[in-house]
Design a protein around this ligand. Sequence first.
Ligand SMILES: [Zn+2]
Length: 344
Amino acid sequence: MKMKAAVLYELNKPLVIEELELPEPNFGQVLVKIQATGICHKQIEEIQGHRGSDPFLPHTLGHEGAGVVEAIGPGVTKVKPGNYVALSWIKGSGLQSGTPTYMKGKQKVNAGWITTFQEFTVASENRITKISKDIKPAPAALLGCAVSTGVGAVLNHAKIEAGSTVAVFGAGGVGLNIIQGAALLSALKIIVVDPAKDKEKIAKSFGATHYINPKEGNPIAKIKELTDGKGVDYSFESVGRNETMEQAYEAANQSGLVTLIGVPPSGKKMSIDPFDVFHSGKRLTGCLGGNTYPDRDFPRYIALYKAGKLKIDELITHRYKLDRINEAIDAILAGRVGRAVIEF
Ligand SMILES: [Zn+2]
């Protein structure tokens, strides 16, 4: 069987929409018909070679999605054909299979345990979670990365206290989810730092209480001003730039918890004053994928979404078909988009 997929042949080049041959699901693998997938900055960074050279080219991409199980390989017990599922790069229960290979004629196209910029995918059982039909494919797709990474950083990792002060660097897809996670746990102040003027409105609708444009002056001075000169209890960085990571570190108070979520560029060092750690116990931590366990967290996020306590539809600002994926990527790079979703 053939299917359309977006393939990366060369770094920094547009994706190519190809017809690829779909393999049968092997041991521990699940064949899923994709209904929607989100595009996150990590894929764009992958296309740009942000983490260095790419030995897997050509390959497929995409790591958050939603769809319906078409077939299961030997050993799979978690899902059955017809089940509605969310797909995520974050591991849950189930088998970890080998990775599939898609073929374009005689050319091999590599893939990871899940890839989602394609009509069908052969994914590892532990990257798939059965979900209720209470959520449509586009918002369900965002459970796979944006929602889990941001909300999970607050609920599972930082576990902030009601009444605490929070700074969030970056109001993109993950940043908005950090904001709403902090609002969900009743943070008193949620101070957002982002240079994009047009993100202020959406950041505030997700629960931001203050919005600082770093182009208009030193954001640390403003954060201190808003916190009686102390800095925040919790600061989060979702941009993946050394400058904002250093700022997130400085923004936290002497017993504050700093959480780095944005993917740092390869080979660059950040600079901090270690005296704060030494002297007072300021903590610098990282959080990958919001410490999410999909089997536990996806149902809980869907329940919160249904109860109107978690905004997911509002994250989606642009919808595209697979054929226009390069346009979607350009729009994200131009900063015009909250979350772009590809619908099939
Ligand atoms: Zn992602």
